[in-house]
Write a protein that binds this ligand. Structure first.
Ligand SMILES: *[C@@H]1O[C@H](CO)[C@@H](O)[C@H](O)[C@H]1NC(C)=O
Ligand SMILES: *[C@@H]1O[C@H](CO)[C@@H](O)[C@H](O)[C@H]1NC(C)=O
Ligand SMILES: *[C@@H]1O[C@H](CO)[C@@H](O)[C@H](O)[C@H]1NC(C)=O
Length: 404
């Protein structure tokens, strides 16, 4: 079957409205699928949960309470909360199906909760703002760490009766954990153990070809354009292009594969038939302020609060420089496993080593594959063998349930 551009366009629109029911047979059936449709089509047992944060955001999460065919019971299970990275979304942890971290955790007996961070397409509601309001997008990872994680921890405790839970965060999800650990120590006590996968807190030794300008320039250009966020505006186009050019039978497939080199070249771990699924999932939206906040931190080489620039910092923080997320203040009692790949182009091994050295309770875990990169944590063909088995084994060592 061959398509011309017009037919592709038509197909794309059909796809948008049907959420993936009418794909050509050579395309993976998960291409472009909406989160809930994905869960239904694979027959996963799931629940929708929404929590309203103190600052009014409606944060959604998917709960996977048990395996397919498992009989519901009142027996307590250890809970685990999964948090995705910048402009990503919960499906990231599930697209590898039975070999995904989400399903493996379910099968290992965990009660699994996967949060959709504020600003992602699945968490766009607010008590009195809409996602069309600039005010809605006035948040960064700070608010996710300060409000969303504690709100979910309380909610999970209310629903399950479990005092404590384990945490897994990929990329910015791991960075969020570390920020959370410094600014919400009272909640940190309720963590059994945490796994931060490739948290790019420092980036001095990054090898990526994406080299942003100084953050003040980036900010000023953004203000000039009058835009609120980055990824939501971008994702439609990207989805459209991915579907046209990155399916398994496309003559451009190798180009799509080459695009992934920015994460660190590791082509042997790319599942070419699934690439289109991954590419149509992300990016799924977040605020520009989040991006700028990370950029500021990376360029300042310090893990710091949002930088409003000198005088406004004085008003907001009472000092010219933004305060630090003081990693050294973290109680060393909670095991924090910082996993990284030595071929991660977003941050070098030296950056992760610095982070580990500064974080009490942290131990480094180098994924045993020399080409392991930033995105392999969720998409590598062999992630189960290289990472998930070990990760689950380590989680189980510390996971607790609260006896009623
Ligand atoms: C979860 O929410 C989505 C979107 O509102 C809905 O389509 C789906 O049916 C819900 N699923 C369950 C199990 O409640
Ligand atoms: C996934 O696991 C379930 C059992 O938990 C099994 O029924 C199903 O066939 C598996 N799917 C694949 C594609 O292996
Ligand atoms: C948890 O339950 C308490 C007591 O019922 C309630 O006050 C609180 O709002 C609940 N918190 C969440 C996040 O659901």
């Amino acid at each position: 079957m061959r398509f011309n551009v017009f037919e592709w366009l038509t197909l794309f629109h059909i796809l948008r409205f049907s959420h993936g029911f009418l794909l050509p047979s050579f395309m993976d059936s998960d291409t472009g699928k909406h989160l809930y449709e994905f869960l239904e089509s694979h027959d996963w047992v799931y629940e929708n949960h929404t929590v309203v944060t103190p600052d009014g955001y409606h944060i959604n999460a998917i709960r996977l309470p048990r395996a397919r065919g498992e009989i519901p019971s009142n027996k307590q299970k250890p809970c685990v909360l999964l948090v995705h990275g910048y402009a990503s979304q919960p499906q990231l942890f599930m697209v590898q199906l039975n070999d995904s971290i989400a399903m493996m955790l379910v099968e290992a007996g965990f009660d699994v909760w996967i949060m959709a961070s504020r600003g992602c397409v699945y968490s766009l509601k607010h008590e009195f703002l809409t996602s069309k309001d600039a005010k809605y997008w006035d948040f960064s990872f700070h608010e996710i760490a300060y409000y969303d994680i504690p709100a979910y921890m309380d909610h999970i405790r209310n629903v399950t009766g479990n005092e404590k839970l384990s945490f897994i965060g990929h990329s910015m999800g791991g960075l969020i954990f570390l920020a959370f650990a410094t600014i919400r120590p009272e909640y940190l006590k309720r963590i059994d153990s945490a796994h931060a996968w490739a948290p790019v807190v420092y980036k001095k030794y990054a090898r990526t070809t994406i080299d942003p300008k100084p953050w003040r320039e980036v900010r000023d250009e953004h203000i000039l354009k009058g835009k609120k966020n980055v990824a939501n505006e971008f994702s439609q186009l990207r989805m459209w292009l991915s579907i046209m050019f990155c399916h398994e039978k496309s003559p451009f497939l190798d180009k799509c594969v080459a695009l992934q080199d920015d994460f660190g070249p590791d082509r042997s771990q790319i599942d070419k038939s699934k690439l289109i699924v991954y590419m149509t999932n992300d990016p799924s939206g977040s605020s520009f302020k989040t991006y700028l906040h990370m950029l500021q931190s990376h360029q300042a080489e310090r893990f710091q609060f949002y930088d409003y620039d000198f005088f406004k910092n004085l008003i907001v923080y009472g000092q010219f420089k933004p305060p630090l997320y003081n990693l050294r203040s973290i109680s060393g009692e909670v095991p924090i496993i910082i996993s990284y790949g030595i071929n991660d182009y977003f941050a070098g091994p030296e950056d992760f080593e610095r982070l580990i050295a500064e974080t009490p309770g942290a131990v480094g875990h180098i994924v045993p594959w020399p080409f392991f990169n930033h995105i392999d944590f969720v998409y590598a063909k062999d992630a189960k063998k290289l990472l998930y088995n070990d990760c689950i084994r380590m989680l189980k060592m510390y996971a607790t349930v609260t006896e009623a």
